[in-house]
Write a protein that binds this ligand. Structure first.
Ligand code: ADP
Length: 442
């Protein structure tokens, strides 16, 4: 999952958690605030009632209260009441006590917040109760909860949308760096060194470090290529010199057979060394883009040439080669290099084949590529080795003579021409090299 989505999800989760906590806490907070307000109003009412008491009024209340010496007064909607009664237990607590109790007023039961106050007046103890209905408060608390919930959910949605836009904006340079730089790290030639503008210092730094890293890699690659080219060149002269000397030695009269064999062996070794150096020089030249001339290459025709040149080796191993090409594809590239590429693949298909084995060459055309498929019935390779066969000097099988450079050259040529090569192989069953040529011109 992308960081921007993870951040957005994290934001939503934390905000939703906050909402849950708030919604759970809200009733307690609202209740506390509301009770504080009701208590204050009840105290004020009690105060007013006490202040306006005088003998005549008290007697009036008591007289109206009939048998139980109680006077009650309530508002029309029963949301408030005042109750004054003579207290039976004879104690005065000059302190206001608040209780929540249900009361039945004119046959209708409701919950009330009640202030209870006991006081003495002219040798008589009275209890005053001032009540306020809680029904409305409950409705109000419910409304506040719904309102808060809706408001908070709206805020979460709005901030989520705003966060998403902002995160997208913040991460835009990062995704540009991935698209334009990191995805091209494996391909030095197409690496884009232009600075990617970013408002975040971190992404700016990442871009700068990537550019720096790629410049260094580029420089090291160049140095390595130059080194190989120089060393190879330098080695060729002494090899030629030695070869001449050995050849001159062979001219000496009366050499015994043993000495002749030794000199011939040395000449073969020198020849192998010369081939390796030539191949290294070839790779180095391809990598340094020294094969710039291109021409139209009819692949069917080129392949026939290569097959003809391989006839001898096919005959020696009695290998049956069948080439069925259905398309006349013309590729624009360097003919010498494409010849080497196909020649090396066919050589390997013969070299690593069994006696009386088969080599099949077929082709395929799809939307973007023309593919040549070279399949052999040879010794094959284990899956683990496939990823390494294009490395220089990598040899899987030690049975055959080889330098481990044939496929390294193939790889360089393919890379140079943007040709895609895929290999599948199975031990003892054979290998398939799928060489796909792009339609776009080099
Ligand atoms: P070499 O000079 O050893 O042939 P290459 O670079 O051409 O060097 O090939 C590298 C290794 O890949 C070879 O040593 C061989 O083990 C393996 N290989 C290449 N082509 C085939 C093939 N068609 N079948 C089996 N193994 C192969």
């Amino acid at each position: 999952m992308k960081i921007k989505h993870q951040l957005a999800i994290f934001n939503v989760i934390t905000r939703l958690l906050l909402i849950v906590v708030l919604v759970l806490l809200l009733p307690f907070v609202v209740e506390k605030v509301v009770y504080k307000h009701i208590n204050k109003t009840l105290l004020e009412k009690k105060q007013k009632f006490i202040e306006h008491l005088n003998d005549a009024e008290i007697n009036d209340f008591i007289n109206h209260g009939a048998k139980d010496d109680t006077y009650a007064s309530f508002s029309i909607l029963h949301d408030e009441f005042i109750l004054l009664s003579k207290s039976g237990n004879g104690k005065t607590i000059q302190k206001s006590v608040f209780v929540n109790e249900p009361r039945i007023i004119e046959g209708q039961e409701d919950d009330y917040r009640i202030l209870q106050y006991t006081f003495g007046y002219e040798n008589e103890i009275y209890q005053l109760e001032v009540g306020s209905s809680l029904a409305e408060i409950k409705d109000l608390t419910f409304m506040i909860r719904i309102f808060t919930l809706v408001t908070l959910l709206t805020i979460v949605l709005l901030t989520f949308a705003m966060d998403s836009v902002y995160i997208e904006y913040l991460f835009a340079p990062f995704y540009r760096i991935i698209d334009k730089k990191i995805r091209r790290v494996n391909n030095l030639e197409s690496f884009d060194f232009t600075t990617i503008n970013s408002h975040s210092a971190e992404f700016g730094e990442l871009d700068a470090v990537l550019n720096e890293m790629m410049s260094r890699i580029d420089m090291l690659f160049r140095q390595e290529k130059e080194f190989i080219a120089n060393v190879s060149h330098e080695l060729l002269s002494p090899i030629s010199l030695l070869k001449n000397r050995f050849e001159n030695m062979l001219q000496i009269e009366n050499l015994n057979n043993e000495t002749i064999d030794k000199i011939a062996d040395s000449l073969r070794t020198l020849d192998l060394l010369r081939k390796i150096i030539h191949n290294l020089l070839l790779i180095s030249k391809i990598d340094n883009n020294q094969f710039s001339e291109t021409e139209d290459i009819p692949l069917k025709e080129l392949l026939s040439e290569i097959i003809e040149a391989s006839e001898d080796r096919l005959e020696i191993k009695e290998i049956n080669l069948s080439a069925n090409l259905n398309h006349d594809f013309v590729f624009l590239g360097n003919r010498t290099l494409i010849r080497i590429l196909l020649f090396n693949l066919l050589s390997n298909a013969i070299k690593y084949n069994d006696e009386k084995g088969t080599v099949t060459i077929s082709d395929e055309m799809n939307a973007d590529y023309y593919c040549l498929i070279i399949a052999d019935s040879g010794i094959g390779m284990a899956a683990a080795e496939l990823s390494q066969i294009f490395n220089r000097f990598k040899r899987v099988s030690a049975d055959n003579e080889g330098q481990g450079l044939g496929l390294a050259i193939v790889d360089s040529i393919a890379h140079f021409h943007h040709i895609d090569i895929k290999v599948t192989s199975e031990l003892e069953k054979g290998s398939v090299f799928r060489v796909c040529f792009p339609f776009t011109k080099v």
